[in-house]
Write a protein that binds this ligand. Structure first.
Ligand code: 3VV
Length: 214
C-alpha cells in the first residue's frame, strides 16, 4: 500500500501541503482564571426571544425554509433556552434524529449566548455526548449557559432534554467560542452574501454595535 499514514497528509491534487494541526488545542472546559462576566446591559430581557442573527442562517434564519428555524430565548443570567422539534427530514436512523442535526441545534443555542455578552463569536471547538436517541416528532428542550470567559475565548455548555425541561437528557455539549470582528465575515464570506448583509441596515447596525460597544 502506498500513501502516507500521517494524520496530516498532503491532499491529492492540492496546491501545497496541508496546514499543520493546531497545537495544543484549547480544551472546552474553562481554565481557573476564567471569569463569569455580567450580563450586558443591552442583552435581551429575560424570557424574550433573542432573534435571528441572520435571516439565512441554517440554525435560526426565518428565510431558510429547510433550516432549523430555531427560536432561542434569553434566560435570567448568562443562559438561554430553545426548543426544537425533530422532523422527518432530520432523520439519521429510521425514525431517529441525525446526530449532526442535534449538534447543529446545540451549536446554534450555544452561539446565542454571545448575544447576552454583546459580542460576535464563532464556534472554535464543540464537543458532544449523545446520551439517548431522539425520535422523530419529539421536542428537544435545550438549555445552554456560559461557563467562563478568558480574553476572546468564551466557554459554554448545554444539554438537550426530550419532551421538556424535566425530560431525560439526550445530548450534552461543551464548546469554546472565539470572539471575532466584523472583518471575519467580510473577509471570508461569499461576496454576494456579504454585500446583501451590508445592505441590510438593521443587521449592519447590530453587528457594528458589538464592536463599538463591547
Ligand atoms: C457583513 C455583515 C456581517 C454580519 C454579521 C452578523 C453578525 C453575526 C454574529 C455572529 C455570528 C455567529 C454565527 C453563529 C453560528 C453558529 C455558530 C457557528 O457555527 S460559527 C461557524 C463555525 N466556526 C467557524 O467557521 C470558525 C472557523 N475558525 C476560524 O475562523 C478561526 O480558527 C478562529 C476565528 C476560531 C480563531 O482564529 P484566530 O486567528 O482569530 O485566533 P487564534 O489565535 O487562532 O485562536 C485564539 C484562541 O482560541 C484557541 N482556539 C482557536 N480555535 C480553536 C479550536 N478549534 N479549538 C480549540 N481552541 C481553539 C486558540 O488556541 C487560541 O487560544 P490562546 O489565546 O492561544 O490561549
Amino acid at each position: 500500500m502506498t500513501g502516507s499514514l500521517s494524520p496530516n497528509p498532503t491532499p491529492q491534487g492540492s496546491a501545497g501541503p496541508a496546514e499543520p494541526p493546531r497545537q495544543p488545542l484549547t480544551p472546552t472546559s474553562p481554565p481557573d482564571d476564567a471569569v463569569l462576566p455580567a450580563r450586558h446591559p443591552e442583552a435581551p430581557a429575560p424570557g424574550t426571544a433573542i432573534g435571528s442573527h441572520y435571516v439565512h442562517c441554517f440554525g435560526c434564519g426565518p428565510q431558510q425554509t429547510g433550516g432549523l428555524q430555531m427560536d432561542v430565548r434569553a434566560g435570567e443570567g448568562l443562559d438561554v433556552t430553545a426548543e426544537f422539534v425533530v422532523k422527518p427530514l432530520h432523520q439519521g436512523g429510521p425514525g431517529l434524529a441525525h446526530g449532526g442535526i442535534l449538534v447543529t441545534a446545540m451549536d446554534e443555542t450555544l452561539g446565542s449566548l454571545n448575544w447576552l455578552l454583546h459580542t460576535a463569536a464563532v464556534t472554535g471547538r464543540l464537543e458532544s455526548d449523545f446520551v439517548r436517541p431522539v425520535p422523530v416528532d419529539s421536542l428537544l428542550h435545550i438549555r445552554a449557559w456560559v461557563t467562563g470567559v478568558v480574553g476572546r475565548k468564551i466557554y459554554c455548555a448545554g444539554e438537550g432534554r426530550i419532551g421538556g425541561p424535566e425530560g431525560p437528557v439526550a445530548i450534552r455539549a461543551q464548546a469554546l467560542f472565539i470572539q471575532v470582528k466584523l472583518e471575519h465575515f467580510t473577509t471570508h464570506g461569499r461576496p454576494e452574501d456579504i454585500k446583501a448583509a451590508l445592505d441590510d441596515p438593521d443587521l449592519f447596525k447590530r453587528a457594528r454595535a458589538f464592536e463599538v460597544n463591547p
